[in-house]
Design a protein. Sequence first.
Length: 615
Amino acid sequence: MPKKFATALDALQHVWGYPAFRGLQAQAIDHIAAGGDALVLMPTGGGKSLCYQIPALLRDGVGVVVSPLIALMQDQVAALRELGLRAAFLNSTLDAGQARDVQRAARAGELDLLYLAPERLLSDSGLALLAQCRIALFAIDEAHCVSQWGHDFRPEYGQLSVLRERWPDVPRVALTATADAPTRHEIVQRLLHDGAEFVSSFDRPNIRYRVVEKRDGRAQLLQFIRSEHAHDCGVVYCLSRTSVEEVAEMLSAHGLRALPYHAGLPAATRAAHLRRFLDEDGVIMVATIAFGMGIDKPDVRFVAHLDMPKSIEGYFQETGRAGRDGLPATAWMAYGLQDVVQQRRLIELSDADEAYKRLSTVKLDAMLAYAEAADCRRVRLLGYFGETGTPCGNCDNCLHPPQLIDATEAAQKLLSTIYRCRQASGMGFAASHLIDVLRGRRTDKTARHGHEQLSTFGIGADWSEADWRLLLRQLVAQRLVEVDAAHFNVLHLTAASRAVLKGTQRVLLKHREPQTARRRGSGGSASSGTRLVMQSLSSADAALFARLRDWRAATAREHGVPAYVVFPDATLQAIAIARPDSLDALRGISGVGDKKRDTYGAALLAVIAESAPAG
Ligand code: ADP
Ligand code: ZN
């Protein structure tokens, strides 16, 4: 069957209803449609899918999409069908009859796009099927899964080199949102060999980055969600399964719709929770990092980390799941000394080889530098991916610059206390005792060890315990102090400590008023998410937006698809503001393509007419 669209722009406007391409989309699409191989590297929400979907429409044959996530293929295909495209998937969830129908359609040239898991494609029957089809292109989604160093490594991805051997004339497109230089190199090596690279900026300007001092992490999380994202959809990441369950329970007990997700839950529970997260409005998923790859939900308004991730790649990818729709979103992380100690310990204890441990340490140190940063977080993040930028005005450090105070003298007091206690007792001590000594607090332990006689006893009485812990954390992050997690968290001096003690290295301490003490709403800077969105609509428009959302929820249930597949929030808002009064007027709304106008236009006009302002 001949393809229906003369140009890429034609397809964009009629199928998706978007007025124009973003960033590098147009260039990538032209290159691929003309038969070229390509690496497409764009942040989550950057619009990668169109880079293979449109060329598949422009070229003869079916676009074969390799995607590692069986659970999500169904939604991807449903979304394409809503747009009027002929899409299908082949995976283990289909029964034999359904699979036969899909195979027949593929052979007959009746599909625009076919989604397959890599193991299915590489099976004898998969390769045999493709040999009988006319193939427009191969798109390899989540291409970083080919990287052996990465946290999403999948051995089958390595075998995808077979595509080039068997179909040398069919263009291949590798797509990913994660790729530092080594990973990028590996993708090209294994999947493409040559081909153009389309690397767009990794900036996600609508995401506000925030890192808070962890005091009582869970209470801080609750406060954050309640005050800034009360009815919003979000993801909370925790390191362990136990804390996933506890935090989900805690949030639920406080009336939030929170669900746990980790690899230890029964598959059916996981699937049910994923379904609710995707289908319903305002669900919070509390999860380990096992959750999230390939989640296309565009209206995730916040991603919160209760534990620090082990690398910037991980952090960037996880936070990137917020705000795909381009509307304001928050990336929030609570971070404390324990995170540093724990992550270093995990590397130490892992049975990986030395090279891997060294690499992990470098990655962790970059993450720590980010968490400790006193300057623009976005500049730091982008810098990690090789981009330069200017302070963004949309991160905590830009909005509320921390004070930098010279803490060299205090650091010297702390370091000499560590030194003197060890010297006096022939053993090391953990932070709480050392801070007692610094602050001159008499305890059984200070008496027993004779530490009350030390010259440093009480020299730090002018600082609170919390201040000392803050300083200690920053010293540990900079490796000026070491915590021996294997031995009661005893503190040690390091080779680098000497320079501080001798006064040749200064220590700057970052200090910030606790975020919770700040008054919310001042200048609107503390609010984000749906509240901000709603605030920017007039009350009549907001009322219509709410009605449109109700209509969407009912329609999505009826069609058995997630709400965002019917229309994203951004489109409903545009409708609420523009109040189109005819099918023709709907044409100008971004996100309303031909098929959706045919399917939903009349219903939308009815909702708008019903809530027409009186007079
Ligand atoms: P990625 O796969 O890179 O994470 P998607 O392809 O899912 O991102 O796109 C993110 C969102 O942006 C989707 O809702 C998509 O429909 C929308 N989008 C993509 N390209 C455009 C465009 N040119 N104009 C408007 N919206 C777009
Ligand atoms: Zn900034």
